[in-house]
Every structure is written in structure tokens, then in C-alpha cells.
Design a protein around this ligand. Structure first.
Ligand code: AMP
Length: 354
């Protein structure tokens, strides 16, 4: 199977090829034809599987074949809406829309909390074809009456389980109440609790479903190591491993924001350029940390789970669980930052009495 077989517009295939993808991933091969056929979709997949392109590519295709519509402000109506749990994921999805849609005329924007509202208001009033948003800020704008979702033809809930974990269910439901009933809906989730099934049952009409290999299997590509260590020696051990093994880059997970700051400070003092990424940081600081890490300027990014969710860094070779997560699923999510799209990765766990 190659991208041409999926019957996507040539402009989309060209962008995908330029981006360096040769063959569709399993979820892309399965989901893209279903979405192009107009089916609602229930997707069992986490980040790392290529799920973003699995919905973005057919979305771009369908919108590029359709006609622009007007919103009630006379601007360009939003025809596709993607909801994601975090700002970082929203930004990444919209980035993918831009990358894969670079040869199309479609417009997109992203809105999330923690940054000024006015630029977002003027963008959504003027209108875009594709809007990627976190539920909280979207609802804010809706309640202010500056946003018209009456033209939505395609709705995607990305990482729906995370959205519920983060307490967004009410916001999501309020958004669902104002989008047209007649639309195509896609729901992606890594796990399927009763709550997710309920949400899927209300949203999706005769959905087709795709389930890609559970992460556990993919994780076989990731070497997992445990170092038993006293609590007081963790920081020194971490610095030692990074230097001894000459790691170019590492993503370190801590349980708390305080811990993230503390570890980042220690590493920096010991000659390893590090930055902390967590919810107490301003959006500017978060963007800066992520940008510095992606460009390679920052050697160690020290993050809490929520901040790191959905971060997409190509070829990240090392992940360290400085604190072991409380929930097993978080462990899988964390180490899923490495060993992406076929690359090998290593996960190191510092285990102390805690
Ligand atoms: P996602 O699951 O959407 O977060 O994507 C995980 C990673 O796989 C991202 O770094 C994508 O750029 C990459 N990716 C997505 N589709 C493909 C593909 N067909 N071939 C190679 N890499 C891909």
C-alpha cells in the first residue's frame, strides 16, 4: 500500500512525500478510506501510530473537494473542527494541517487558553476552514458569541480519553450541542472506558472502527531499564547517565512541577542544558522550552505528564522516568515518546523506595 492507493488528492500526496513519508502507517491505511467514504469513525490509537495524519489527510481531501461556506459574521465558515486535550497537541495538529495542506488553498488556525484572546477572536471571526482547539478556550469564545460553529461538517475528538481525564467532558458536551447534527464525526482514544463508550455512542452514527496494535507491542522496540537508586542520589545518577552515555537528548519525567524545576536546575548547574516544562509555566515559556528542545539547543527537557502529553519529537532516543508514574497507562504514554514510527528507543527508570 502506498499513499497513491489511498486516492487522496495529488497535492496532498505530494506534501506527504515531501515531508518524507513513504508508506502509510497501519492506522492511516485503514482509516483514510473509511473517512473518505464518509463514515463516522472510532479509532483506537495513541500518539506514535500516525493517527494525526489518519484524520488530517482525508479531512484536507474532503474540504479541498468541497466549497467554502460563510459563517454568520460573513467570514469563512469553519468546516472542520478538531478538539484536543492540550495546547501542545492542538498546536501540533494544526502544524500537521499546514504541512500536509501546504499545496491546498485551505486555511486553518489553532486556539487554546493561556494566551491573549483578541488575536484568536479576530481570526475566528474572519473565519477559517479548519479550527483546532482545546475545549476550554473554545467554549470561552462560544460563550462570548464571537464564534460560529454552525457550518461544521467534520468533527474530530483527538485523545478523547485524555480529554475526559482532564475534566473536559462538560466543555466537550457543550461544544457538541452547538455543532450541526448532520456531520461526520471521528473519535480517537487510546483507551476505552465506559465513559468513552458513552461519548462515542452519543456522537457517532454507525461508526466503523479501527484499532491499531496496542502500544504494548510497539514497545518491544523500546529497551526498558531499571536503576534502583536512593532518593537522594537520583539527580546525581541522572546527570551521570546523561554524561557517561553521552546522550544527545533526553526527555525526563517528574511527578511534580517543583520536581521538574529542581531537576532542570540541577542538570543545568552540572553542565547539561536543561529546561522544565509544566503547567505553571507561561505559554511563552512552554513554547520556548519545546522549541529549544526540538531544535536541539536544549539537551534535557524535564516535564510533568500533562505538559508532555502529545509532544511529538521525531527520533527522541531516550526517556527517563525520574519518578515512576502512578498510573500504568501513563508509563506507556511516557515511554511512547521514544521508539516512534519504527525507530529504536530506550526508557530508563530511576526506582527508589517511593
Ligand atoms: P502521531 O501518532 O500522529 O502523533 O504521529 C507519530 C509520528 O509518526 C510523527 O512524528 C509523524 O510525523 C510520524 N508519521 C506519521 N505518519 C507517518 C508515515 N506514514 N510515515 C512515517 N512517519 C509518519
Amino acid at each position: 500500500m502506498n499513499f497513491e492507493d489511498l486516492k487522496l488528492a495529488p497535492a496532498i500526496v505530494k506534501a506527504v512525500r515531501e515531508h518524507g513519508y513513504e508508506t502509510p502507517t497501519a492506522i492511516q491505511a485503514e482509516a483514510i478510506p473509511m473517512v473518505l467514504d464518509g463514515h463516522d469513525l472510532l479509532g483506537g490509537a495513541q500518539t506514535g501510530t500516525g493517527k494525526t495524519a489518519a484524520f488530517v489527510l482525508p479531512m484536507l481531501h474532503k474540504l479541498s473537494m468541497g466549497q467554502p461556506v460563510k459563517n454568520k459574521f460573513g467570514g469563512n465558515g469553519i468546516r472542520a473542527l478538531v478538539l484536543t486535550p492540550t495546547r501542545e497537541l492542538a498546536a501540533q495538529v494544526e502544524e500537521s494541517v499546514r504541512v500536509y495542506g501546504k499545496f491546498l488553498e485551505l486555511t486553518s488556525t489553532v486556539i487554546f487558553g493561556g494566551v491573549g484572546m483578541n488575536p484568536q477572536i479576530s481570526k475566528v471571526k474572519k473565519g477559517v476552514d479548519i479550527l483546532v482547539a482545546t475545549p476550554g478556550r473554545l467554549l470561552d469564545l462560544l460563550q462570548q458569541g464571537v464564534l460560529d460553529l454552525g457550518q461544521v461538517q467534520m468533527l474530530v475528538l483527538d485523545e478523547a480519553d485524555r480529554m475526559l481525564d482532564m475534566g473536559f467532558i462538560h466543555d466537550v458536551k457543550k461544544v457538541l450541542a452547538v455543532v450541526p447534527r448532520d456531520k461526520q464525526s471521528l473519535l480517537f482514544s487510546a483507551t476505552f472506558s465506559d465513559e468513552i463508550r458513552d461519548l462515542a455512542a452519543t456522537l457517532l452514527k454507525n461508526p466503523q472502527s479501527v484499532q491499531v496494535t496496542p502500544r504494548n507491542t510497539t514497545v518491544q522496540r523500546i529497551t526498558q531499564v531499571i536503576h534502583p537508586v536512593g532518593r537522594g542520589k537520583k539527580k546525581a545518577l541522572l546527570a551521570h547517565i546523561i554524561q557517561e552515555q553521552n546522550w544527545s537528548q533526553v526527555l525526563v519525567f517528574t511527578r511534580t512541577k517543583f520536581g521538574a524545576n529542581n531537576v532542570a536546575e540541577f542538570l543545568t548547574k552540572n553542565g547539561i542544558h536543561a529546561m522544565a516544562l509544566h503547567g505553571n509555566k507561561s505559554q511563552t515559556a512552554r513554547t520556548e522550552a519545546l522549541g529549544g528542545f526540538k531544535s536541539g539547543d536544549i539537551r534535557a527537557l524535564v516535564a510533568t505528564d500533562i505538559a508532555a502529553r502529545g509532544i511529538d519529537i521525531d527520533d527522541l532516543p531516550h526517556v527517563v522516568n525520574y519518578d515512576i508514574p502512578n498510573v500504568s497507562e501513563d508509563y506507556v504514554h511516557r515511554i511512547g515518546r521514544t521508539g516512534r514510527a519504527g525507530a529504536d528507543g530506550a526508557a530508563v527508570n530511576l526506582v527508589c523506595m517511593d
